[in-house]
Design a binder for this molecule. Structure first.
Ligand SMILES: [Fe+2]
Length: 222
């Protein structure tokens, strides 16, 4: 299968270069990487939608007509379908890979970057769930014998850069974190939300849910 995942470091340069609100350019040395981390935006809901909309220009894999935006919408729709009424889980699905559309969005850092960017607007549960979705992959690889088979080629490749399968001790530490269970749920939807041609709701359709969530959760600082 060549339906690669967005965990693809080769795409970083293009994404950074075209991110419309980027405040710094992409460089490779450590000092500038640190600067970019410091410059990561703290997004409000409008900002989140503006960044997500840029995902229409970035395919998950060079050979597959599924974009970052398609993937976000599919993951959110799947979670909303499987967990009706859980607005925070669906919102986490929508924004989980927003780190790939922000400056510095490497395979390793994109989950924590995303968490940092959405925490104020969407609250601690969404941020915490998103922040653990890469760790959830490493956890599932270590603990679910059938899980490796659902990963796309690019996702398997990035696994090495992300630390590989968790050790038993790492898995125990992971499970002890808040939102670990949500992150595993998100991760399984993430892996399924990469299908060409699936018709799901558009980005604008999620605006009321995120606005409501922001008023309910983010407004108190999450
Ligand atoms: Fe994803």
């Amino acid at each position: 299968m060549d339906n690669g995942h967005m965990d693809n470091g080769d795409m970083d340069g293009g994404i950074h270069g075209q991110w419309q609100h980027g405040r710094c350019h992409h460089h490779d040395d450590r000092h500038d990487e640190q600067s970019m981390t410091d410059a990561l935006p703290d997004l409000d809901v409008d900002g989140i939608f503006e960044v997500l909309a840029t995902g229409v220009d970035f395919p998950l894999s060079p050979r597959l007509p599924v974009t970052q935006l398609d993937h976000a919408l599919q993951t959110a729709a799947l979670l909303a379908h499987l967990h009706p009424g859980d607005d925070e889980l669906a919102a986490a699905g929508l924004v989980h890979d927003i780190g790939h559309l922000l400056p510095g969005g490497t395979d390793e850092a994109h989950a924590t970057d995303a968490a940092r960017a959405v925490r104020r607007a969407l609250g601690e549960r969404v941020a915490g769930t998103v922040g653990l979705h890469v760790a959830a992959k490493r956890y599932l690889v270590a603990t679910d014998a059938g899980y490796g088979g659902v990963l796309t080629n690019d996702s398997v490749l990035s696994l090495g850069r992300q630390g590989g399968a968790m050790t038993e001790e790492e898995a125990a530490d992971f499970l002890a974190q808040p939102w670990a269970e949500d992150a595993v749920t998100l991760r399984r939807a993430d892996d399924s939300g990469k299908v060409e041609g699936v018709v799901v709701g558009d980005l604008a359709g999620w605006a009321p849910l995120l606005q409501q969530l922001s008023r309910r959760t983010g407004a108190i600082g999450g």
